[in-house]
Design a binder for this molecule. Structure first.
Ligand code: ZN
Length: 241
């Protein structure tokens, strides 16, 4: 069984379509780690596409913001503007669907969570080696897949000690070790690589490949500007920041 693991689509339909096209010949199913909306100009189309395609989806802070479960004061001004814009454009049933997503979900021997398994609804970022290692006592599966920071990374813990690899290309499980993998962001990469990021998890092989996919960044940027969303949200797609 091979899963495409998508996170932080953020309403970027061009990036989502490109990633799904790349994933189809390589995978048997889609898993989604949340933040499907916010920032991009196509929240409704992304929600519908992910609802149709994903076998499991967990909620991110942007779902909770749009669904009214998280105070928008929590967000910075760009994220707040995008959340307010997104909230108005989604139908009632789409907002309800976002608000009903679980915070964590176990699939095979993995835990899916948007931010940190320690307290999924506190939206803490796992960025440093130490932040990742401290999270291992808060899930029981071999793998934990996260998003939220929009920066790919892999933490592991085992008898030979802790390890951290920033921006890995392939993570191959070793006996006796457990792993947290951030698969990066489909719709708003922030590691200075503007290509869409996602992971391919081969369950039987114990292997995760972090893939990058080129997509029509200009089209996504033009839609953000035309929608009247903050221009900063369009420009950052071009630089991957
Ligand atoms: Zn996000």
């Amino acid at each position: 069984m091979r899963y495409a693991i998508l996170s932080d689509v953020h309403g970027n339909l061009e990036a989502l379509r490109a990633v799904l096209a790349d994933a189809v010949p390589r995978t048997d199913g889609v898993l989604c780690l949340g933040d499907s909306v916010g920032y991009g100009a196509d929240p409704g189309a992304c929600v519908e596409l992910l609802d149709a395609r994903a076998r499991a989806i967990v909620a991110g802070n942007h779902e909770h913001g749009v669904a009214g479960l998280l105070d928008l004061d929590w967000f910075n001004r760009w994220a707040r503007a995008a959340a307010e814009w997104t909230r108005e454009r989604l139908h009632d049933d789409q907002r309800a669907w976002l608000g009903a997503l679980p915070l964590t979900k176990d699939v095979e021997d993995a835990t899916l969570v948007h931010a940190s398994p320690e307290a999924p609804d506190e939206w803490e970022y796992l960025v440093t080696p130490e932040e990742g290692w401290a999270a291992f006592s808060h899930f029981a599966t071999r793998w934990c897949f996260v998003g939220h920071s929009h920066v790919p990374g892999a933490w592991s813990l085992g008898s030979s000690g802790p390890d951290f690899e920033p921006r890995p290309r392939v993570v191959t499980a070793e006996a006796g070790r457990r792993y947290i993998v951030n698969v990066g962001s489909v719709g708003q990469p922030r590691d200075r690589d503007p290509r869409a990021a996602y992971g391919v998890w081969d369950v039987e092989a114990g292997r995760v490949e972090l893939r990058r996919v080129t997509y029509d960044v200009q089209a996504a940027r033009d839609k953000i500007v035309a929608a009247g969303l903050p221009r900063f949200l369009a420009d950052r797609l071009a630089t991957g920041t």
